[in-house]
Design a protein around this ligand. Structure first.
Ligand code: LLP
Length: 473
């Protein structure tokens, strides 16, 4: 098949293999499009964690999320170890599980010493069931329900308080329990720091139009309120300034703002032991993306925090950060099977795959751009420009516009790269497509970490009132 569009690039899938293959330890996962263990094998197939990708699809079905354990561990260690190296105080990395919350992913991050950031009762439950200690779970969210707050108090995780209603509800809950349980609930306070990021640029403003956190000018009242509560113990402050950020300066500026807030708290005789600067470091989705490495980001942010404390002669607080995308994003690819094709002369060629917006809603939601390779002919030259479409009943269900690929055939294994973050976690059953399986690959093993949903799963919460059932005997 010949594309009707001009060919823009003679290249192949090989261009996306990790740069430093001989010393993968040196690479920062967020600067690569493929997992760190990606290779081409002698069948000219893409291999991840020593596993042949088309063979994985053959065995576990399609579409398939393929997650590389080594890449996740490397990202966790780079965050953890660089913090230890450059921040003389205590530190803790939290994995922002909103990027992908499941037992295996939480447990994997936990096994690297990370804590977990959760934003709902469901994510909290997942982290606990994954074996994460409650004192390493931080519960965010701008509208936690009464049930969620009660659950959080029971588990004894840390609550990141977002607003007045939450603070007052929490205080009331604690005071009501006073007779039975007299323990302290540890909280952090989230505020909007006046630093706003739009991926490639940022601005500083006095006030931010954000639904999250207390406005900075409310903090005096917030601290005054907390200082009177006996069963609530303020241990720290939190701010998160955005996601997919390619600059370090906004987080360096944040360090200063946070230390100022720490001094405000001190005027209320509250001591801030922990400062959480949120997540946000960007990853590479296309060749044009050039995020700083994890090490660079951690190094510069740590230095900014140390400088900010030294300038005010304050002791170093425990420093927390909570990356999501840069830990899980580059570790995963989604493998699809190519199906029907449609050529519209002079306009475009559509190549359809067996998934789409239900397993990756980011292109239709945010116009996110991805790259793909043909995993069963990795080195074949890319000679066509095509549009990769999903199989949903929706014209906007396009995974990649103008993908440069070799000529594809039905049955080819098409791999979309860097799909670990916010794909599975935002996946749906739109058009009643069962959600794909996910496998975790490591040198010796491949494990299913999410089973493929079945048609029965799709009906598992359906009920059919007898009155309208048409299948009666
Ligand atoms: N902490 C807080 C409080 C957050 O709100 C977020 C992300 C993170 C940490 C982790 O940020 P990361 O390191 O992943 O950038 N669904 C969107 C992304 C939403 C991010 C929400 N908050 C997407 O697919 O791009």
């Amino acid at each position: 098949m010949v594309s009707t569009q001009s060919v823009i690039d003679i290249s192949s899938g090989l261009q996306y293999l990790p740069k430093s293959k001989d010393s993968v330890q040196e690479s920062s996962p967020n600067q690569e499009l493929l997992p760190l263990t990606a290779k081409v094998n002698n069948l000219d197939h893409l291999e991840i964690g020593r596993w042949d990708v088309p063979a994985l699809v053959e065995k576990f079905g399609s579409p398939l999320y393929i997650v590389d354990e080594y890449t996740i561990r490397t990202a966790c260690r780079q965050y953890r170890d660089t913090l230890k190296q450059h921040y003389p105080g205590e530190s803790l990395v939290l994995y922002a599980s909103k990027a992908w919350s499941s037992l295996a992913i939480c447990a994997l991050c936990g096994s690297e010493g990370l804590g977990i950031d959760v934003v709902s009762g469901g994510e909290l439950y997942t982290a606990i069931e994954a074996g994460i200690k409650p004192n390493k779970i931080y519960f965010h969210g701008n509208n936690k329900s009464l049930a969620e707050l009660t659950f959080a108090i029971e588990t004894n995780c840390l609550i990141v308080v977002d607003n007045w209603l939450e603070l007052e509800t929490l205080a009331a809950l604690k005071n009501k329990q006073k007779e039975q349980v007299n323990n302290l609930t540890k909280i952090m306070v989230r505020f909007t720091p006046g630093i706003e990021c739009h991926s490639h640029e940022y601005i500083r403003t006095g006030h931010l139009d954000s639904k999250f956190g207390f406005d900075a000018n409310q903090l005096n009242d917030v601290f005054a309120f907390i200082s009177k509560e006996e069963l609530i113990s303020l241990i720290g402050i939190h701010a998160h300034i955005g996601s997919q950020i390619f600059e370090v300066q906004p987080h360096q500026d944040l360090a200063d703002v946070m230390i100022d807030v720490m001094t405000t708290a001190m005027t209320h005789k509250l001591s801030i032991k922990e400062i959480n600067i949120g997540g946000g470091l960007g990853i590479r989705y296309t060749e044009a993306d050039d995020p700083p490495s994890i090490e660079t980001w951690v190094h510069k942010v740590s230095t900014a925090m140390v400088d900010a404390c030294q300038a005010r002669q304050l002791p170093l607080p425990k420093l927390l950060c909570e990356p999501g995308r840069s830990i899980i994003g580059p570790a995963c690819v989604t493998a699809y099977t190519v199906g029907s094709q449609k050529q519209i002369p002079e306009i475009r060629t559509y190549i359809s795959v067996d998934g789409g917006m239900s397993d990756n809603p980011r292109p239709i939601t945010y116009q996110s751009v991805y790259r793909a390779v043909v995993a069963n002919r990795l080195s074949e030259a890319s000679t066509e420009v095509v549009t990769i479409a999903g199989k949903h009943c929706e014209s906007g269900d396009i995974l990649i516009k103008n993908a440069t690929l070799p000529v594809t055939q039905p049955g080819d294994c098409l791999v979309v790269m860097a799909t670990g973050a916010y794909n599975y976690s935002m996946a749906s059953n739109y058009n009643r497509l069962p959600r794909p399986a996910a496998v975790l690959v490591a040198n010796e093993e491949v494990n299913v970490i999410l089973q493929r949903e079945t048609y029965q799963d799709l009906l598992s919460k359906d009920t059919l009132p007898e009155r309208i059932a048409i299948f009666q005997n």
